[in-house]
Design a protein around this ligand. Structure first.
Ligand code: HMG
Ligand code: MG
Length: 283
């Protein structure tokens, strides 16, 4: 039997957070409901951040309230602090994600604080989530290149990854936020992070700005990673990372994985339909 690789769907969150047009809540709900039929185990659908910072995600509670939850699917939400965590819990997010940066420049731009301050804010979130039985995923952003600080040392990524592991994140997703990583830099970064965590607890989150995300996924497969984040229709980017156009498209990752002999458990017709909806939602 083919080996399984999991794709975690990011479209409704990482995808739509960057769209200029304010997308009606019903359109977001329809996209999530379509994705729920595609066979994903995890879909990131919401982000409880400041609506002044990311207006596009201001209706996150309404999205979580409006979707038809499929059995066996975990609906995730980003939470930068306790305020976001309480809102995510009230909206019945199945899991939450905290997001740190490997560089000080991106931490300041994205979270308005230093890396150390961000970790201090995440600690009570993870403690509360543990008490509530809500799993916490962790992101490390700008793992190879930062739009503010330039090339990132692999040791800097490993340090933040270790801190998030110590806090209790069940999995760490490594973000090439601006899609400038190359197979060699991704490989060097992974070599350092693998000193802190086994491949089973890592995911690759690669943006496709320079068209190298699939090559970076292959480099990560060679290092033993079996979970990748992607967004249908290649939606997205990050509003605080200039040039961060486009998560790698889920349908492209699925096709590449299949060509490499892996199995994703995803329904290709459903994916094509969701990708069509996602593209139509773009401004
Ligand atoms: P701040 O301005 O320093 O925060 O922002 P503050 O504590 O001074 O609060 C300012 C205002 O925001 C206050 O309201 C707070 O109540 C409110 P006011 O009194 O002015 O009316 N506020 C909140 N409102 C709703 N939900 C909250 C919340 N927290 C405070 N949770 C803050 C600090 C963290 C809030 C801000 O910087 C922020 O929201 N940042 C989020 C930026 C973001 O969402 N970026 C995109 C996601 S990360 C990403 O895409 C990367 C990833 O995909 C991986 C990769 O690709 O690398 C994950
Ligand atoms: Mg991202």
């Amino acid at each position: 039997m083919a080996e399984r690789v999991e794709i975690v769907e990011m479209g409704p969150r990482d995808g739509l957070q960057n769209e200029k047009r304010i997308i009606p809540t019903e359109e977001k709900i329809a996209l999530v409901d379509c994705l729920s039929r595609a066979g994903f185990r995890r879909i990131e659908v919401a982000s409880f951040v400041s609506p002044k910072w990311v207006p596009q995600m201001a209706d996150s509670a309404a999205v979580l309230a409006g979707i038809t939850r499929a059995k066996g699917v975990s609906y995730a939400a980003l939470t930068p602090n306790m305020k976001g965590y309480e809102a995510a819990k009230a909206a019945r997010a199945d899991e939450v994600a905290i997001f740190a940066s490997a560089s000080e420049g991106f931490s300041k731009a994205n979270l308005n604080c230093t890396i150390a301050e961000s970790l201090d804010r995440f600690r009570p979130v993870v403690e509360a989530a543990r008490a509530d039985g809500i799993p916490v995923r962790g992101y490390v952003s700008v793992v190879t290149d930062c739009p503010y600080d330039g090339a990132i040392a692999p040791a800097a990524v490993a340090k933040v990854a270790g801190a998030l592991r110590d806090m209790g994140c069940y999995e760490l997703s490594l973000g090439d936020t601006i899609g400038q990583g190359r197979p060699e830099t991704i490989d060097a970064m992974l070599a350092a992070v693998l000193e802190e965590l086994p491949a089973e607890r890592l995911a690759g989150h690669y943006h496709d700005t320079a068209g190298r995300a699939l090559a970076n996924i292959e480099a990560s497969l060679a290092r033993g990673l079996r979970v990748f984040d992607a967004a249908v229709g290649g939606l997205g980017g990050c509003p605080y990372a200039p040039g961060a156009a486009g998560n790698v498209a889920t349908e492209a990752v699925e096709a590449r994985l299949r060509a490499l002999g892996y199995e994703t458990g995803l329904d290709r017709d459903c994916l094509a339909k969701a990708a069509g909806m996602a593209r139509a939602m773009r401004g």
